[in-house]
Ligand binder design. Sequence first.
Ligand code: B3K
Ligand code: ZN
Length: 868
Amino acid sequence: MNIAANPVVESNDTVYLKDYQKPAFLVESIHLDIQVYDDYTLVDSTLVMQRQTAGNLVLLGRDLELKNINLNGQDLTADQYQLDSEQLQIIDAPDQVLLKTQVIIHPESNTQLEGLYQAGDLFVTQNEPEGFRKITFYPDRPDVLSVFTTRVEADKKYPVLLANGNLLEKGEVDEKRHFAIWQDPTKKPAYLFACVIGDLAVLKDHYTTSEGREVALEIYAIEKDIPKCHIAMHALKHSMRWDEEHYGRPYDLDNYMIVAVSQFNMGAMENKGLNIFNTSCVLADEEYTTDAAIMRVQSVIAHEYFHNWTGNRITCRDWFQLCLKEGLTVFRDQSFSEDLQSAAVQRIDDVAVLKAHQFPEDAGPLSHPPRPDHFVEINNFYTATVYEKGAEINRMMATLLGKEKFRQGTDEYFNRYDGQAVTVEDWVDALSVGSGVDLSNFLTWYNQPGTPKLQVTAEYDAQKQSYRLQLTQSLKAHPKYPNLKAVPIPVALALFDAKTGEQLTLNSASLFVNGVKDGVYLFDQDTASIEFTDVTEQPVVSLLRNFSAPVNLEFDYSDDELAFLIQHETNGFNQWQAAQTLLERVLLQDHAVDPYIQALKNTLPALVKPDPLLASRLFDVPTEGYLGSRIDQNYQPEIIQQKRNAVLNTLAKALGDFWKNTYLSLDPSLQTEFSQAMGERALKNITLAMLARQGNDQAFELAYQQYQTTQNMTERLGALRVLVWNDAPQAPQALQDFYDRYKDEALSLDQWFMVQAANPNASKASIQALTEHADYDLGTPNRIRSVSGGLSNNPVNTWGFGVEHYIGLAAYLDQKNPILGSRLLQVLSRWYTLAEPQRGQVQNALMALQPLVKSKNVTETLNSMLSI
Ligand code: B3K
Ligand code: ZN
């Protein structure tokens, strides 16, 4: 039988959560035989299936050329099935099915990086969420779990043949070709299937689980990158131990493999026992990658490992439940990272990401609940809301329960649902039953969009010696979600003696919910009040410590109170938050900057040496992008840029010699602890940039010297940035040197592109020069992102000549790589906040894109962006 592939017709069908139905057939086992040739790949599959409920036997398949189909030993004729561009339906299927299909696919020309694709000399898969249907016909949905046996066959020029599970057999087919057969003993959904074919070197290690299982650990990468895999290997072993100690979850297979790929649409993928990683999330080395990248590698390694329990062993019933696995796993990786460095700084960095990405997303046209109730293209829902807000919901429940009860809850979840595909309701129920605390009202957080506003007012009664807080919560009306309800908001707080700066012991009947001892008030009504008694003088309150809930807090602090908190809060996160609130007022409401500067002067001397990392964060002046996201109409990026520059100039001047003295006093190479050294490097780069801003004669010389003498990428790049962004005479030389040093190191070269694209003085011509550079590559998402991501650092440029750049990319990637195209287009999602005439110009440009795009990904994003 020979059937031509149908061209894919994109449909704009919306899928609704309310329409969920159990699959009619389950798959007991699948045998796959994947034979890779230079210009096509042959995939044979054998499915053993059994009817579960009434309904048709529907197998999903996209871009597959069906060569053969055989049901229970009989080849099927064309009238026994229906085939279209999305699915294969067997007519009148019996209850027991043995289905064999043979299809041809084309990984060598698959630019979408989904399904099986060729990246250079490597063949890899990416199947979450719906990539497996591009490999073979299958009920490609997460609630169909099966045992996978995989035979992979290829030319011997590809010595490495990997798939999930245990290696059963390998051998020669003939002189030229060889094969390997793998079997994964655990049942899994198809999105966790993976295979890898290529020429890679391997770093090996091993780990003994708390149950005594010996696990072989392997990280595969190209030969020259193997020395850069040690940090990832260390992080992997650390994660394995951490999950045993914190959640009682040991690993369950005899091997754990990670493969580093340079062409990958996102960070990494948690395929069972065979993770596939973007090189940017596995390669870490102080000489080639920055400290931020090293921290990211460790957290992504942990994230994918933690998915083994939260995602793989217990998976999602359907893709609406995505935040069940992602929100929980992000919360787990954030907690892991808090153990790697200062917990306060980790929290600062996580909240900074939340506020810079999730808050604006939730305030604009792409706003959706952490668990959406409809979608057109599920790939569009791997969002900050699903991941980061999802993590915050888990953090709130964990905060309320305290360590012990939270652990009882997670134990209940793992015991109850191991091996199953479940829902957000199942998670919250297990957590409630296990801990003995009813958390069911947290479901509201999952089901509605928007960032709640938490308004608080305070009143001190000197006579009664009482301090009363009045709380109100509200949500902006949303056209698609009319019945918005109050959510449970844990408010962690402390009171301080305004004179001494000492923290007061709290005395209030309303605190101590659920046994949490440290001043957490659970605010779950539209309004409420808390009264503290025996307060002898007007105190200073610190609200939402550690950012105990993802809300917009409005409290009428005086600027002096915020300056007080910068100096006296013992919670490092709230110290930072106070500085951020103060600076936001300076930048958006024209408050004076002096209280901030004075607070810094009082705080820094005692902080720089012991905690340089936290000290570095106190200099965080909200970015132009973040400030823009706080403006809902008549946004003029140039004005924000001017104001921010003015504040930075004032700061540079006001701290005088501090910058140079501090710069010269720091020597990260003397630090033995990574996080201490990282802190000193961060401070060094800030002080260097400030010296340049001061117009200090020596600034460029110091920068050039730092550039040349260091062996550390964070320092080299920090110095390069100062030279390039200030148009220093040494800039061209340094750029050329950087290029010559790293032209064969893709991740370092990405930084070279990025530093130039992020230059505030970049122009249409300079960006064009980058995109026309011989090393720019539209087939490598990391390279595209280094330019597009760099450019987006500067809203003035983004909303000026950048609009054309993003729209051009979205149009180009619409067919080539729609997942990436849709993602990059979102940079423009807040177009409607711009002042005229810019607003109208961007709107017109977006509207002109509409008829040009066809993919569900870009179309859905564009339509939502324009539906404001
Ligand atoms: N689960 C994957 C993300 C897949 C994205 C598909 N567009 C990585 C992660 O969250 O761990
Ligand atoms: Zn994840």
